[in-house]
Every structure is written in structure tokens, then in C-alpha cells.
Unconditional design. Sequence first.
Length: 216
Amino acid sequence: MSLFAKLKKFAALSSFEKRYILSGVMARIKSATVYRREFGAIGSGTWLKRPRQVMSPKNIFIGSNVRIESDAILYSVGAYGKSEHNGRIVIEDGVYMNHSCNITCAQEVTVGRDVAFGPNVFLCDFDHGYDDPSIGMIQSPLVSKGPIRIGARSWIGANVYVASGVQLGEHCTVAANSVVTKSFPDNCVIAGVPAKLIKRFDAATSSWVKASATNT
């Protein structure tokens, strides 16, 4: 498509669509200039649009052609109370994160290639301990079951929470409003609170089949 044709197409858009496209262009420029100097890494073609909060950006590594919509929180925990943490966030190539997503970690959260998030997804690899009832939860030490990994080409629906220690395989679909507290293999559909296996891909028949009760 020629430059003239592109400009003509842009001119025909609504003011809302023009604003969205222009905000993406500005976010890409800022990511390639200002943010690239502050983050551990930011690949080419990536945009981080008006984040709400970024902590310890040197511990955050973002691949190429990643789109992170507005109001994201990327929070790498450092010192907390008497403990020292060094949270690491890795977002691989081609990821799309809708608005108001939150990745907070004290260990490591990795989002694989071409994963897509709906709005308001929350990934957190720790909880606040409650062993000592004499202190408030905010003062309690952090506890974790381990890092989080979201496998490549997965879809994480709106308002999903993923807890510490969860390892999702590749091409997993997580239904909206689910709470994921355990790991699941490749090629599965999960849903619920807590999330359970709903469907899996049967390679022998090249079809998606409902999970039996014994597999949930």
C-alpha cells in the first residue's frame, strides 16, 4: 500500500481510531528511546503505553513486537521488610497485554511468545505470610510456591488471577474470571475458581475433547 493510500485510509477513520493509532505510535517511540535505556531490555517494535507503575525496570526484559496497553503494572520486588528479593519479569516476543494488566514478582514471571491477555489479568508469584498473627499482613514476609510460567500461544481471559508456582503449557486457554492455583499441560482449556481442566486437545483425533472427571 502506497503512503498516499495509507494516509487516505487514516483520514477516513473516526477520531477515536485516530487517537488510538497515534497513541500507539507515541508509545512505540518512547519505548524505543526513553524506556529502552531504563529497562533490562526492550525489543524492536514494542510499545508500552502509559504504564500505571513500573518498579525495578532493570529487572524487566521485554521482547520484540510486544504491545502492552495502558495502566499496566510491572513490579519487580526488591527489598521487602527484612528480606531481599530480585524479581525478574520476562515477556517474550509477540505478546499482547490488554489494559490494566499486572505482573508482580519476587522471583520470576515469564510470559511466552505470542501470548495474549484480556484486561485486568493479574500474575503474582508470592503471597503475604500469615504465620505470625501479632503482625499485620503488610509487615508479614513474602511466601512463594515458585516462579510463574505462561506457555507460548496461550490466551488468558479477562480478570484472571495466576498464583505462584503455576506453570501453564503452550496453547492453553484460561476462561475469564478464573483463579489458577496449579499447573496445567500443553493444549488445554481451563476455567473456574479454582481453575480446572475443561477440555484437552487429542492429537490422535486432532480434536478438542471434554476432560473426564478424573482429569479435573
